[in-house]
Design a protein. Structure first.
Length: 636
């Protein structure tokens, strides 16, 4: 009887499995049973994409995956990468970097346009359908799934939103992170030909005139007339842009750069003809006349760059070369007469803006002025790039709660026909890495891939991967900080003093945030997660120290807030933070007197170290004495 029951149960289970197996075969593609196929004569980029796909699928499936070419006998299940004899793909509606991913019960096809299209498609397939993600240079998620399947009805198409995308923190310098997250700029990473190259600047990418090009140490002594007449005298920090000899010299230097570095196979290469970083523009009669005619100092700049572009293009076959210049500070306003050539890029810089309000907030006068300039440039220029700012350069460890505006701002760029975006963050992060710079970089990379992505889902994914279970508490802290970033009358600038960051934080708010950080640390599952949490917490501790809040309050026995200062200083050092801001002379001092008794903004090297060092032993003795007094009365 027992044997008969077992047989009947087995038959029932077999019959029940039949429709499920048929359903799975009809609606899913078995990645675990597939081979990766590339064309026999595939481009270097298609081969790279196929090999990268095989590498990550091998990690997921737990077995070696190889790439076969399209001359091999057709397999039952294939993932076809790039242009092959297997499958013709219509890419006519894709732009450079765009891709198509399709699937049925027997095959997946991934194919893209231009140098990076297929590579972008492969990483998108791995992320969307296989569960991979590249959150930081050292945090890559590749789930283990020996029975991986994907839908058999994928019809996924994508066009890039921007031709040039650039971020600049530690992960930005990692090629794998940059490829996976769609970065195209070549300033902070070197893409090989197989990796699709990048949008490269030939020479420097900023502040080139009278700095890297037509340098004063070469010309100023003999030809001061090459340089700006400002305040009645020639100054070596800017050029006279109407001087014909300057135009000839700059043209020749650009041609020399192109002779050494031009790559005719690159999609775009850019020569930067950008003003030096100062306000010493030329006021000579000729420059002033063009500026007056155009109602803006950009008149001379655009006229000059147009002329150089025309001369260079006439001298050789440089069809893929573009020339960029700044709309920055004194050149930010668009000219009323002259228009940029089609091969001239105008890089509009947002340095004066508020980053707590969205750029399209009409009640924020700084942002309203920027939007006016963006709209005016859009009327005369078809190739606008943006140089955007996402970091506090005055107090770099401090919180910069701009997370509430980043998505809308990138959307604004796209909706105003911007072609490229550089998001300048903490580019010196190796010396001052103590906030949320890497998360901000990841989020910006995803926004530049798709400004309309599920932004907060991406944030939560990052927080969980990097901080572990404690990520949800940090997310709540970020939400609170963002809510206190601005008021109707207060703004968030890139040189913000921390006393003016996080408005209207009550003592109850502060203590609640303290609890969130403690919960996050308690939830850490390993030392790496705890280290990441403690590093980011430095930004919160710094804010409290500068504002004399919570454990840093002056309304307690002095030894206690001094001790907290010492802990914070030592944690800075132990985590490799050796400077406080972007500027020079901002390295952490080793003088105990500074970090024991003063707020963190005063912990940098002073101009008179001898004086402070002389007082230092007495300051240390006082600190130690106060500690003894505190412990004598039972303190811990």
């Amino acid at each position: 009887m027992k044997k008969a029951f077992c047989i009947m149960l087995g038959l029932v289970m077999f019959v029940m499995a039949i429709p499920f197996t048929a359903f799975a075969a009809e609606n899913e593609f078995p990645v675990y049973d597939a081979v990766v196929v590339a064309g026999e004569n595939a481009s270097a980029t298609d081969k790279f994409a196929a090999e990268k796909l095989a590498f990550y699928l091998g990690k997921i499936l737990g077995k070696a995956m190889s790439v076969v070419d399209d001359t091999a006998e057709k397999a039952d299940y294939e993932i076809i990468v790039g242009e092959t004899a297997r499958e013709a793909v219509d890419l006519s509606s894709r732009n450079d970097g765009g891709y198509t991913i399709t699937s049925d019960a027997e095959k997946v096809v991934i194919c893209g346009k231009g140098n990076k299209g297929t590579i972008n498609g492969v990483y998108a397939f791995l992320e969307k359908y296989c569960g991979c993600n590249w959150y930081e240079s050292g945090v890559i998620v590749t789930p283990e799934n020996a029975q991986l399947t994907v839908p058999a009805d994928i019809n996924d198409t994508y066009n890039t939103f921007f031709e040039y995308t650039e971020t600049d923190t530690t992960s930005s310098r990692d090629t794998e992170f940059s490829l996976a997250n769609g970065q195209t700029g070549g300033v902070y990473r070197d893409f090989t030909v197989a990796q699709g190259s990048g949008v490269e600047y030939i020479g420097s990418f900023a502040h080139t005139l009278a700095n890297q090009i037509c340098k004063p140490d070469m010309y100023f002594a003999e030809h001061p007339e090459y340089f700006a007449l400002h305040g009645g005298k020639r100054v070596p920090e800017q050029l006279c842009l109407t001087n014909e000899d300057v135009k000839a010299a700059v043209t020749q230097e650009v041609l020399d750069l192109l002779a050494a570095q031009h790559n005719p196979d690159a999609s775009i290469q850019i020569v930067s003809l950008t003003q030096h970083d100062n306000q010493l523009y030329c006021e000579c009669e000729n420059c002033a006349a063009i500026d007056k005619e155009n109602g803006a100092h950009s008149g001379t700049m655009i006229t000059f760059v147009n002329d150089i572009a025309k001369r260079v293009k006439a001298a050789g076959n440089y069809d893929n070369i573009a020339f960029d210049t700044f709309a920055y500070q004194y050149t930010r306003q668009a000219p009323s007469k002259v228009k940029p050539r089609e091969d001239v890029i105008v890089r509009l810089c947002s340095i004066e803006c508020c980053f707590g309000h969205t750029l399209d907030n009409p009640d924020c006068k700084e942002n309203a002025a920027f939007m006016h300039d963006l709209e005016q440039w859009g009327k005369i220029c078809n190739r606008i790039y943006i140089w955007d700012y996402v970091h506090n350069y005055a107090e770099s460890v401090c919180l910069f709660p701009n997370f509430g505006v980043m998505q809308r701002n990138v959307q604004i760029f796209y909706e105003n026909n911007v072609k490229g975006v550089y998001e300048e963050g903490n580019y010196y992060i190796n010396e001052c890495d103590g906030e949320f710079g890497e998360m901000r970089t990841y989020l910006l990379a995803k926004l530049l891939q798709n400004p309309y992505c599920d932004y907060y889902a991406e944030m939560d994914g990052y927080l969980n991967a990097v901080y572990g279970p404690g990520g949800k508490f940090i997310r709540e802290f970020i939400d609170i900080a963002t809510a206190h970033a601005v008021t109707n009358l207060q703004h968030l600038k890139i040189y913000q003093k921390s006393q003016n960051t996080l408005y209207n934080m009550s003592n109850a708010d502060i203590e609640y945030c303290n609890e969130l950080w403690e919960k996050a640390k308690a939830a850490a599952e390993n030392a790496e997660q705890l280290s990441q949490i403690e590093r980011s917490e430095l930004s919160w501790r710094y804010w409290k120290a500068v504002n004399r809040k919570s454990e840093f309050s002056l309304w307690q026995f002095p030894y206690l807030w001094m001790r907290e200062n010492e802990k914070l200083y030592n944690d800075f050092r132990s985590m490799g933070i050796i400077r406080m801001n972007e500027g020079g002379n901002s390295n952490l001092s080793e003088c105990n007197l500074l970090y024991l008794y003063r707020i963190p903004t005063k912990w940098t090297t002073l101009y008179n170290e001898t004086y402070w060092d002389a007082l230092n032993p007495y300051a240390v003795k006082l600190y130690n004495f106060l500690g003894e007094v505190y412990r004598f009365f039972g303190g811990k």
